[in-house]
Design a protein around this ligand. Structure first.
Ligand SMILES: Cc1ncc(COP(=O)(O)O)c(C=O)c1O
Length: 394
C-alpha cells in the first residue's frame, strides 16, 4: 500500500471512528490510535464525493449493530420488508421496486438494457456519467446536450436529439450532479410525453430529497416508460453500507435484472429500514443542508464568486481561474473537494460538510486565494477527470 493510501485510510478511519463516537483504537491499530491522539494530528476533510457528512442516522447505527450476530444469514425476507416499506412510502406496488447495493448497479444496467449500437443514449453535459461510460463500452452512440445557461437540462434539445438519434435511453439526473440544479417536473413530464415511443427515460433522483421538487415516481405507477433511481448514499448517509433502488414497471425492471442480481448486505438492508422509519431524518437533514448551502453560497458571493444554483448538497464554485488550481491547493491542505468538469473548467465542485468542516474549508479557501494571487493564471484545463470505476466518480 502506498504511503498516500495508507494515510488516507488512516485519517478516513479516524474520521469515521470519531463521527461514530468510537475510540479509534477500537477500529484501527494501536499505532494508528497513538498517532490519532498525538498533538498536532490532523484529520483530512472529505468534501468531494457527495456523501452526507454525519453518516448513518442514530436509528440506522443501532440497527446495524443489532444485526451483526445474524450476519451469517442471507435474510432475504428482510429485503422483502425493506422493499415493501419503501414502496408504500413511494405509493407504488412492491413489484415496481428492486433494491440493490447502491444505485451504481441499476444505473449501469439501464445502459446495458436499453441502449445498443443502434439505440443511442442522450444525456446532458455535464451530468453523472456512470451510465454513459457503460453505454460507451458496448458501442452505443452518445449524444450529450449542453445544459442551458441557467444550468438546467435543455429538455427540448434532449427530446429532439432522442428523435433524431433514435435513442434507447434518455438520462436525466435530477437534481443534476455536478451542478445541483433542479429540472422542473413539468419539463420532465414534457420529455416523457414527447419522447420517441421506444425511448426509456431514466430519472436519477439520488439527491431529490434535498429539494422541494416533486419526484416523478408517481409516473412509474401510471405506467410511463420511466425508470426512477434512488440512492441511500446521500441524505440517508449510507454510502459505505450501500443501498439503492430502481423503481419502474415490472417489465422494465425485468430487463434490468436479467443482468443478474445479488443478495444485499444485511447491514445495508436493516439500516435502510431503520432510516426510513426515522421520519424526522430526511426533513432534519434537508433543512441542515439548506442552511449550510445558503451560508456558504452567501460567503462566496460576498467574496465575488458565483456558484451553480443548487438545491442539493453540493454545487460548483467558479473561481475565475483553472478550477484545478484550487482542487490541488485544497488537497495539499488535507481537504478533498470535488473535481472539475470540462464545460466549466474554471469551477470545481464542493460537497457540503458539517459546519465545523465548512469553517475549515472557508479558512483554507481564503488562504488559497492569497497563495494563488502570485501564481499566473494559465488557461483553464481539466486534469484528473478520472473516470476509473473506483476512482473519483461521484
Ligand atoms: C447522480 C448519482 N447517481 C448515482 C450515484 C451512485 O450512488 P450509489 O451507488 O452510492 O447509490 C451517485 C453517486 O455519487 C450520483 O451522484
Amino acid at each position: 500500500m502506498s504511503g498516500l493510501s495508507r494515510r488516507s485510510l488512516f485519517y478516513g478511519g479516524a474520521a469515521i471512528a470519531a463521527s461514530a463516537g468510537l475510540k479509534s483504537s477500537l477500529v484501527w491499530s494501536a499505532d494508528a490510535a497513538k498517532a490519532a491522539t498525538a498533538p498536532g494530528a490532523k484529520e483530512e476533510i472529505f468534501l468531494g464525493a457527495n456523501e452526507y457528512p454525519d453518516g448513518p442516522g442514530e436509528a440506522a447505527r443501532r440497527a446495524v449493530a443489532a444485526i451483526i450476530p445474524k450476519g451469517g444469514r442471507y435474510l432475504d425476507s428482510l429485503t422483502v420488508d425493506l422493499v415493501k416499506l419503501f414502496a408504500s412510502k413511494l405509493g407504488v406496488a412492491p413489484d415496481h421496486v428492486t433494491a440493490y447495493a447502491g444505485s451504481f448497479m441499476p444505473l449501469n444496467w439501464t445502459s446495458l438494457a436499453f441502449t445498443s449500437p443502434t439505440a443511442g443514449l442522450v444525456a446532458a453535459d455535464p451530468t453523472f456519467t456512470v451510465g454513459v461510460r457503460r453505454a460507451q463500452l458496448i458501442g452505443t452512440p452518445l449524444h450529450l446536450s449542453p445544459l442551458r445557461s441557467d444550468y438546467t437540462h435543455d429538455t427540448e434539445a434532449l427530446t429532439r436529439e432522442a428523435h433524431e438519434k433514435k435513442a434507447g435511453l434518455l438520462y436525466i439526473c435530477n437534481p443534476n450532479n455536478p451542478t445541483g440544479t433542479v429540472t422542473s417536473r413539468a419539463d420532465i413530464e414534457a420529455v416523457i410525453r414527447n419522447k420517441p415511443k421506444d425511448t426509456v427515460v431514466v430519472v436519477d433522483e439520488a439527491y431529490i430529497d434535498f429539494t422541494d421538487e416533486r419526484s416523478v415516481v408517481d409516473l412509474v405507477a401510471s405506467g410511463a416508460d420511466v425508470v426512477v433511481l434512488r440512492s441511500f448514499s446521500k441524505i440517508h448517509g449510507l454510502a459505505g453500507l450501500r443501498l439503492g433502488f430502481a423503481i419502474a414497471r415490472p417489465d422494465l425492471l425485468a430487463r434490468l435484472n436479467r443482468f443478474g442480481h445479488s443478495p444485499l448486505p444485511v447491514t445495508a438492508v436493516t439500516a435502510g429500514i431503520a432510516s426510513l422509519e426515522d421520519t424526522a431524518l430526511v426533513p432534519t437533514r434537508k433543512a441542515a443542508t439548506a442552511r449550510s448551502r445558503a451560508d456558504l453560497v452567501a460567503w462566496l458571493k460576498n467574496k465575488g464568486y458565483t456558484t451553480s444554483p443548487s438545491d442539493a448538497s453540493f454545487f460548483l464554485i467558479d473561481v475565475k481561474r483553472p478550477g484545478n488550481d484550487f482542487v490541488t491547493a485544497f488537497k495539499s491542505r488535507g481537504i478533498h473537494v470535488g473535481r472539475v468538469w470540462q464545460p466549466y473548467a474554471t469551477a470545481f465542485r464542493v460537497t457540503l460538510g458539517t459546519p465545523a468542516e465548512l469553517a475549515v474549508f472557508k479558512q483554507a479557501f481564503t488562504s488559497i486565494e492569497q497563495e494563488l494571487k502570485s501564481v499566473p493564471v494559465q488557461s483553464a484545463h481539466v486534469i484528473g477527470d478520472d473516470h476509473s470505476e473506483w476512482g473519483h466518480v461521484c
